[in-house]
Design a protein around this ligand. Structure first.
Ligand code: IPM
Ligand code: MN
Length: 346
C-alpha cells in the first residue's frame, strides 16, 4: 500500500520543538509516512505578510492527515494567526469534532487529592466549527466611553446534531456509556435549548447510553471535586476550550494533553495537535514537554486505522511516565522524545 501523506505544520514557539519529537516517534513506530513541512505561523507572516494562502490551503486538502505544533506569537496582533491559520483550517476542513481525552495515566501527579487513574477517564467532544468562534460580531464607538462590542454565538441544527451523534457513538463504545451535555441553558436560552433538544432527540436512538446535563460552571467544579461523574462530555466550542484546559490540569498538566480535530466523514484531512499553545516564554530552551504531541501522534495513527502502532505509542508514553516517578524530572524536550522513541523501537 502507498505511504501515508502527512502535512506537518510546526508553527510557532515550542511548536517546532515538540513536533520534531513527535515525528521521531512516528518514524520509529514503523508507520510508512511521507511528510511535507509547511512554514505557517509568525515567521512567514513577518516575511511575506501571508497567513494561510488559498493555494496552500488547497494543497493541504490533499493530505491524509495534518500534524500541527502550535500557532500564535506575541509579535503578531492577537487573533490574526489563530483566526487565519488554526481556526481557518478547523472550519474549512470541517473539523467539527475536537476530540480531547482527559485521562489520568498511572504515575502522573494530579493536583486533586485522593484520585487514581480510574477516577479520571473522560473524553471531551468539543464542537469545533461553530459557537462564539464562528459568530458575527462588531464594535461601535470604539475607544469611547460608549463603546459597544458584540460577539455572537452561532449554533446550527446541522452543526449541533452531527457532533452530538459522534458523542453518542463514542459513549456507546465505552464501558460506562454515559454522555453529559455541558452548556449554560439557564442563561444561553436559544443555543442551550437547541443543544438540549438535540441531545434528547438523538438520545432516543441510544437507549444504552445514559444522558446527563451539567451547566458549565458546575461542570468546572465537578471536574475538580468529582471527576468520576464524567465519561463522555459533549459541549460547544468555547465551553470545550475552557473545560479542556481544566481537564489538562487535573490529568497531569498541559504538557500531556493531546487532541484531534476530526472530520469524521473524511471529506478533508483531520488535524492532530497538542492542546497547549506556542509558549513563547520557554521557546527555544528545550524545556517543553513533547508528550502531548506524541500522544497526538497516537491519536493520528488511530484515526488512520493503525491501531497497533497507536497502542504502541501510548504504551511507550505510559512506560516513560512511570519512569518519571523514579526521578527523571528534568529531561529536555529531546531527551523525552529520545526516550519514548527508544521504547517504541524496542
Ligand atoms: C486551543 C486553543 C485555540 C482555541 C486558540 C489558540 C485559538 O486555545 O486549541 O484550545 O481556542 O481553540
Ligand atoms: Mn484552548
Amino acid at each position: 500500500s502507498r505511504n501515508i501523506r502527512l502535512a506537518v505544520i510546526p508553527g510557532d514557539g515550542i511548536g517546532t520543538e515538540v513536533v520534531a519529537e513527535g515525528l521521531k516517534v512516528l518514524e520509529a513506530v514503523g508507520a510508512k509516512f511521507d511528510t511535507t513541512h509547511y512554514d505557517l505561523g509568525a515567521a512567514r507572516y513577518h516575511r511575506t505578510g501571508e497567513t494561510l494562502p488559498d493555494p496552500v490551503m488547497e494543497e493541504l486538502r490533499g493530505y491524509d492527515a495534518i500534524l500541527l505544533g502550535a500557532i500564535g506569537d506575541p509579535s503578531v496582533p492577537p487573533g490574526v494567526l489563530e483566526r487565519d491559520v488554526l481556526l481557518k483550517l478547523r472550519f474549512a476542513f470541517d473539523h467539527y469534532v475536537n476530540l480531547r481525552p482527559v485521562k489520568l495515566l498511572p504515575g502522573v501527579e494530579t493536583p486533586l487529592a485522593d484520585v487514581s487513574p480510574e477516577d479520571i477517564d473522560i473524553v471531551v467532544v468539543r464542537e469545533g466549527t461553530e459557537s462564539l468562534y464562528a459568530g458575527t460580531g462588531g464594535v461601535m464607538r470604539r475607544g469611547t466611553p460608549h463603546e459597544i462590542a458584540t460577539q455572537e454565538s452561532l449554533n446550527t441544527a446541522h452543526g449541533v446534531e452531527r457532533v452530538v451523534r459522534y458523542a453518542f457513538d463514542k459513549a456507546a463504545s465505552r464501558p460506562r456509556k454515559k454522555l453529559t451535555l455541558v452548556h449554560k441553558t439557564n442563561v444561553l436560552t436559544f443555543a442551550g435549548d437547541l443543544w438540549q433538544r438535540t441531545v434528547t432527540r438523538v438520545g432516543e436512538e441510544y437507549p444504552d447510553v445514559t444522558t446527563d446535563y451539567c451547566h458549565i460552571d458546575a461542570a468546572s467544579m465537578f471536574f475538580v471535586s468529582q471527576p468520576q461523574r464524567f465519561d463522555v462530555v459533549v459541549t460547544d466550542n468555547l465551553f470545550g476550550d475552557i473545560i479542556t484546559d481544566l481537564g489538562a490540569a487535573i490529568a497531569g498538566g498541559i504538557g500531556l494533553a493531546a487532541s484531534g480535530n476530526i472530520n469524521p466523514e473524511r471529506t478533508a484531512p483531520s488535524m492532530f495537535e497538542p492542546v497547549h499553545g506556542s509558549a513563547p516564554d520557554i521557546a527555544g530552551q528545550g524545556k517543553a514537554d513533547p508528550t502531548a504531541t506524541i500522544l497526538s501522534v497516537a491519536m493520528l495513527l488511530d484515526h488512520l486505522g493503525m491501531k497497533d502502532e497507536a497502542a504502541k505509542v501510548e504504551q511507550a508514553v505510559s512506560d516513560d511516565i512511570i519512569e518519571r516517578l523514579a526521578g527523571w524530572a528534568s529531561r529536555t524536550t529531546h531527551e523525552i522524545g529520545d526516550d519514548i522513541t527508544a521504547r517504541v523501537s524496542g
